[in-house]
Design a protein around this ligand. Structure first.
Ligand SMILES: Nc1ncnc2c1ncn2[C@@H]1O[C@H](COP(=O)(O)OP(=O)(O)O)[C@@H](O)[C@H]1O
Ligand SMILES: O=C(O)C1=C[C@@H](OP(=O)(O)O)[C@@H](O)[C@H](O)C1
Length: 282
């Protein structure tokens, strides 16, 4: 099956050629070598592949996000933080801004470490746009969920497209990018991510296994398992992946360890910003 589909999803047109942020009309286009059924899916879904532009000046005060459909318009305004915490986060982000110079922020870390959750809030605080690389891959495949991409086309196909997505994103500015947990394994991906600042969200495996067991493994094909104790199996699989990947995570510019504070959201964010600041001022 894998051999019959395009090697990549040709994510060509959603980034404008002059390296500016994508416009509302920049949508993903799909490869011409896809098998017939896939072409039909693509035609059906072609209108979905749009990334909203970075909100440079907060005209609407809200954040464009690939995953915003079911979220409150603004997480910062949703009561996640107290007014005081909100102010502290905004003050810190203002201090960082001149050093950041619009560079993208890549969040890396194991499945369930909170890359998406943290990334959405960081993007709001920094007045960046947020994007989840898995969502871009899914979108380019006609809204095919990651689990189905793995099942239908295999992991190599998924990884090739992950690399292509990161390549395209590497010419962007003012994006916080939540990457898939395995994006760190290919050295070429680091070449792209090093155009921006990468943050490794380091969470203990037992906390990851608890979170993932709570939400199930349906969307995480590498953790699918049969019957038996779900927590034990998830923990075991995460441990194996960790053995393969732990070294690759050390390539990140910054490590945010949530070992002791992963249940305190505000500290997570301020800690991430302070770590970015320290790195940028080095
Ligand atoms: N700091 C945190 N404390 C507790 N649970 C969290 C935290 N961050 C994320 N989660 C939960 O863990 C799960 C995975 O988070 P997510 O942001 O999707 O991780 P990732 O993008 O790294 O896979 C979600 O159910 C989310 O609500
Ligand atoms: O660790 C991995 O190899 C993967 C992590 C997933 O992303 P999250 O880390 O967002 O769950 C997704 O990219 C895919 O299922 C593979």
């Amino acid at each position: 099956m894998e051999a019959r589909v395009s090697k990549s999803l040709h994510l060509t047109t959603w980034i404008s050629s002059d390296n500016a942020v994508p416009t509302m009309s920049n949508s993903m286009r799909f490869g011409t070598t896809f098998e017939k059924k896939k072409r039909l899916d693509m035609l059906k879904c072609n209108h979905l592949g749009t990334i909203k532009p970075a909100v440079g000046h907060r005209q609407a005060g809200l954040k464009a996000s690939c995953t915003s459909q079911n979220s409150p318009a603004s997480i910062l305004e949703s009561g996640t933080f107290t007014a005081e915490e909100d102010l502290v986060l905004k003050k810190k982000s203002k201090e960082i801004e001149p050093y950041l110079s619009g560079r993208c922020i890549y969040l890396v870390g194991m499945m369930g470490s909170g890359k998406t959750t943290i990334g959405q809030i960081l993007s709001e605080v920094l007045d960046y746009s947020f994007v989840d690389s898995d969502k871009l891959i899914e979108r380019a495949a006609g809204e095919t969920p990651v689990a189905d991409i793995f099942r239908l086309y295999g992991e190599t196909f998924f990884r090739d497209n992950e690399t292509e997505v990161l390549h395209k994103l590497s010419s962007m500015h003012r994006f916080v990018i939540s990457t898939g947990g395995g994006a760190v394994v290919r050295p070429i991906n680091w070449k792209y991510m090093q155009k921006g600042i990468s943050i490794f969200i380091d969470v203990p495996l037992d906390a990851l296994a608890q979170r993932i067991t709570a939400v199930g493994t349906a969307s995480r094909p590498l953790l699918h398992h049969g019957s038996g104790d779900a927590y034990a199996q998830t923990f075991k699989r995460l441990s194996l992946l960790w053995e393969e990947r732990s070294e690759a995570y050390t390539n990140a510019s910054v490590r945010v360890s949530l070992e002791r504070m992963y249940t305190l959201p505000f500290l997570t964010y301020i800690h991430s910003l302070v770590q970015i600041e320290e790195y940028l001022k080095e």
